[in-house]
Design a protein around this ligand. Structure first.
Ligand code: HEC
Ligand code: HEC
Ligand code: HEC
Length: 451
């Protein structure tokens, strides 16, 4: 048996080595903008063969064993990153998602794509030094572009994470109305709950429970994320079912296990009896109190829920003394172990859906519908167990963690991420440093540090 394998292995090795030599002809155009060059690299090196939902299944996928491996690579590749939308953005000169930029940079730095078994049979897909460099140069250019207008110091413009803007321009009258509504229990069927019941601004914008308690003592089946900085997420909810804050705010009032109102008419008729509120509405919205205007005002208020001035933000703004040595080392470890590929950008998250390793669920047990994540919206198998990456801002004050609220401490949350996302483990002292860094992400609301 073993003897039979030797020639086979030798042949494979020869193919790979030959491939390395042949492949070193570049697909790179001689000149172009960073956006144009990176497009050429992605298109000419067959990246789309595994990172595009419409990729044709190659003829050799029918071969037993090898075919299965290829089918798995295509599935896992697409689950990991879909390059369709980023390529369209690049073509149109628009920025790509923070997480896409960071992931491309990481695979270029590690020279890990395409997978070895693929380059072995597709010699031209092997990335040359110049092609890898083109991805790296583009990523640095894209980071700087993303940092434009943000308050980071010049030396930190190329960081994967950026400080929060101090504020977003808003319509103050709408936001003032939204603030009233946010704390208004009349949005609930029995006048007992407001948005603040589950997203208390004094407790990190969450309820600090595994699951939230809704109307008539009923419990939901998923952990409540924070409303602080939610405005910066690319969509809302763990499974992304609301495309923005306005759409999101339309959900809880009529949700039977949350605020449990019968319909919008019930809410509007209650609010209509409040003459002062009615007059205030009329000033801002000519058509008065409607479902659309209620959610629009709440969303405007949520734009004010930014928490600038964390230690980390002050550091990025140039105040070197704002962070301790351990916290800075924690940030370096955070980057080194790939945490900043998903928890990237201004919000340290909220820019993509990411797969939670099946092992996590196997270990935890009791898989329920909310655990299917993004699949619940798209019905697509590549979206199973994918969740919107949560922001890590203020994460020290928003326990428990994960969509299932099953993780009690930041240390455990970090260890599980190292295991399931970074596929590694670190000595305790390093984990502690990452935790210290995460604790330095607590920011201020109305001038006061969140507690
Ligand atoms: C044969 C299929 C295949 C091809 C071709 C391929 N990939 Fe991948 N790619 C994968 C798989 C599988 C993964 C997931 C790896 C994992 O989860 O460990 C992946 C993951 C990635 C990721 C995400 C990594 C991360 O840290 O999350 C990026 C970015 C990526 N590939 C870029 C590329 C680029 C750029 C090319 C072309 C140069 C390419 N891939 C070609 C299969 C492929
Ligand atoms: C009964 C508790 C409860 C009430 C009341 C409630 N929420 Fe939530 N909220 C949750 C839960 C649980 C989730 C997560 C649901 C999911 O992702 O499927 C959530 C999600 C959100 C999100 C998405 C954040 C993100 O990162 O995806 C925002 C924003 C939000 N709520 C704002 C509001 C507003 C505004 C109101 C009032 C109109 C409100 N909530 C009322 C429990 C509640
Ligand atoms: C491949 C993308 C990815 C990488 C890499 C990654 N994370 Fe996460 N992170 C996620 C997702 C998705 C969740 C939500 C998981 C869930 O709810 O089941 C999450 C959740 C968390 C949470 C809990 C936040 C909350 O509010 O519930 C923390 C803390 C965290 N990550 C820290 C880290 C650290 C530290 C690293 C590096 C060791 C890391 N992450 C690497 C995607 C990622």
């Amino acid at each position: 048996m073993k003897k039979k394998l030797i020639p086979l292995i030798a042949l494979l090795l020869a193919v790979v080595l030959l491939g390395v030599f042949v492949a070193h002809s570049t697909n790179l155009p001689e000149s172009g903008t960073p956006d144009e060059l990176v497009q050429a690299v992605l298109l000419e090196n067959q990246c789309l063969a595994c990172h595009n939902p419409d990729a044709p299944v190659p003829f050799y996928a029918k071969i037993p064993v090898a075919g299965k491996l290829i089918a798995y690579d295509m599935f896992a590749g697409l689950r990991s990153i879909n390059l369709n939308a980023p390529l369209i953005n690049l073509q149109q000169g628009k920025p790509v998602a923070d997480s896409v930029r960071e992931k491309l940079l990481r695979v270029a730095e590690k020279n890990s794509m395409p997978p070895l078994q693929y380059t072995a049979v597709h010699w031209k897909s092997w990335l040359t030094e110049a092609e890898r460099q083109a991805i790296i140069d583009w990523a640095m250019y894209a980071r700087q572009k993303a940092a434009q207008g943000l308050p980071s110091a010049a030396e930190f413009k190329k960081e994967p994470v950026q400080p929060l803007p101090d504020k977003i321009d808003i319509n103050p009258q709408k936001a003032a109305l939204g603030k009233i509504l946010y704390f208004d229990t009349r949005l609930s069927g029995d006048n007992t709950l407001s948005c603040a019941s589950c997203h208390d601004l004094k407790t990190g914008g969450v309820d600090r429970s595994k699951y939230s308690k809704g109307i008539k003592g009923q419990f939901g089946d998923i952990n409540a994320p924070t409303v602080f900085n939610a405005a910066l997420n690319f969509c809302q909810f763990w499974d992304g079912r609301a495309k923005n804050l306005e759409e999101q705010a339309g959900g809880p009032p009529l949700n039977p296990v949350e605020m449990g109102s019968k319909d919008w008419d019930q809410i509007i008729s209650k609010l209509d009896k409040d003459a002062a509120l009615k007059a205030q509405f009329a000033k801002v919205y000519p058509d008065g109190i409607t479902a659309k205007n209620i959610t629009n005002a709440i969303a405007e208020f949520e734009l004010t829920l930014l928490t600038p001035d964390s230690k980390f933000d002050r550091y990025l703004k140039g105040d070197k003394a704002a962070m301790t040595k351990d916290e800075i080392e924690g940030y370096e470890l955070f980057k080194e172990h790939g945490c900043a590929t998903c928890h990237a950008g201004v919000n340290l998250g909220g820019s993509s859906f990411e797969y939670m390793n099946g092992d996590y669920f196997a270990h935890r047990g009791n898989i329920a519908k909310p655990d299917l994540g993004r699949l619940n919206q798209t019905k697509s198998p590549v979206d199973e167990h994918k969740f919107k990456t949560p922001t890590l801002r203020n994460v020290a004050v928003t326990a428990p963690y994960y969509h299932d609220g099953s993780v009690k401490t930041l240390k455990e949350a970090t260890e599980l991420m190292l295991k399931h996302q970074s596929h590694t483990s670190l000595p305790d002292s390093d984990v502690d440093k990452i935790v210290k860094f995460l604790e330095a992400l607590t920011g201020k609301y109305e001038g006061e540090l969140l507690k």
